[in-house]
Design a protein around this ligand. Sequence first.
Ligand SMILES: [Zn+2]
Length: 82
Amino acid sequence: MVKIMVKGTTSQGKHNKKTHIRCRRCGRHSYNIRKEKCAACGYPRAKIRAEKWRWKTTSRVKRRIMKICHMKSKRINTKTGM
Ligand SMILES: [Zn+2]
């Protein structure tokens, strides 16, 4: 038998496994179910995986945290900038 590498339409039926779900901290679709870890922000790790050059995560996570911080108290932490 000759094995043929298939990437197109015929193999799409195998794509039925969920690897990532929506993360509850950053809101991105990057929380790995098997690893139980978010690829974008590192949840459930306490430290947020956010670098300056990764503007997408950084801005989104910070924006959300800013919102939460603002709701909790109106004091702004200047060290972390959140
Ligand atoms: Zn996340």
